[in-house]
Design a protein around this ligand. Structure first.
Ligand SMILES: [Zn+2]
Length: 79
């Protein structure tokens, strides 16, 4: 069994997190984690980032942010 290289690993991270890898590919993917400390750390960081993003709704603007954007837009459209 050959494991993948780092570039291939990085390219497959999102598919792995979405559980879209085929069994053989997933085995090579997890095999690479076991051999490569850098990609192990990378995967952990991606997991944390994805979890953070999922907790945060895309439209969760604070009132302050919304006011700032509206003000900027008013200034712009008044020109
Ligand atoms: Zn690697």
């Amino acid at each position: 069994m050959t494991t993948m290289n780092c570039a291939e690993f990085v390219g497959l991270v999102t598919a792995y997190l979405d559980e879209e890898l085929e069994t053989g590919t997933e085995r090579r993917f997890t095999g690479h984690i076991a051999e490569c400390g850098g990609c192990d750390v990378y995967l952990r960081q991606i997991r944390v980032t994805v979890a953070e993003l999922r907790r945060m709704p895309a439209h969760d603007l604070t009132d302050q942010t919304r006011e700032t954007l509206l003000d900027a837009f008013r200034d712009w459209s008044a020109r």
